[in-house]
Structure formats: C-alpha cells, structure tokens
Write a protein that binds this ligand. Sequence first.
Ligand SMILES: [Cu+2]
Length: 177
Amino acid sequence: MVSRARRRAAGILLTTALLAGCTTSVDRGPTEPPLNDNGDPASIVIEDPWIKATDEMMTGAFGTLRNDTDRDVHAVSATSPLTDRVEIHEILSQGTTPVMSEMPDGFLIPAGGTYVLEPGGAHVMLMMLAAPIEAGEDVEITLHFEDGTSLTWEAPARTYSGAGEAYMGDEGATEEP
Ligand SMILES: [Cu+2]
C-alpha cells in the first residue's frame, strides 16, 4: 500500500501546484488528454467487454467498468465510430414488460468499485447502424467522463440471445421509450 499512498501524495502535490498558479511543470500541452483529479488519465478500466452481434439497426454493448481511484467517476456519454446515435440505457419494468430508457445523467462508477453493463441492465446502446455487426468483429466504443477524461476499448461481437434482451427494436417498435 506504500505505492498507493505515494500516488495519492503526488496527486495532492499536483493540486497544490495548480492552486498556486504554478502550471509550467504540469502543462502537458493541448494534445495530451486531460488528467483527472488523481493525475492519472487511465484510472477506469473495462473487463470482459463485448457487444451483441446483430443484423438489426440497434444493439447493446456490455462489460464491467472498474474504478481504481478513490473517488466516484461519473460517466456522462458514449460514442462509437459506427454511428452518431449512441446512448447510455437502462432497462426498466413497465408492468411485466421490460422497457429500455435512456439514462440522461449517465451513471457513477463508485470509488474502488465496479459498474456492470449487462443484458437486462444498463448498457451502451448503438442505434441507426448502417451495417450488421457480425460475431468476431471488434467495435470501438468510448465512454466519456464528467472530468473530461474518456475510456476507449474494442468490444468483440458475440452471438447472444438470452432473457432480458426484449429490446423495443425486437418487438418491432420504432420509437425509443
Ligand atoms: Cu438500449
């Protein structure tokens, strides 16, 4: 735990330098990604990422997001090169029918904890797909955080048809709930 304590101390020093207006030593230039409060651009990782292979116009991406920092990290939006229409969704029960709903405020990955994107639960939704996504294909997805940092990963496409996949698209509905 010594290294963790040291890293935290370094973060406090960095914050102090910024408050003092002494930015020359920490100025990484405009092309570098912004640092979060820990001074670490890669504090969130995703485990077991995947996306549901589909021949329809929408599909979900999943995985377990792990937050190794000591503060909550707020995911606010998602993007993908495959489509401009990417949203963060959850599944709510309306009576007996599971209905997808956008999470306009995104979600929190708790400090030192995980947030799970899974079928039947929260997911990254890709809509208005121009072409099918075939099993084995890799799909690039980026999650954007409130602090200005982001996480990009390649999600391998898998064939999946399980409970909780009753998306509105599968029911023939064209409107998002
Ligand atoms: Cu969805």
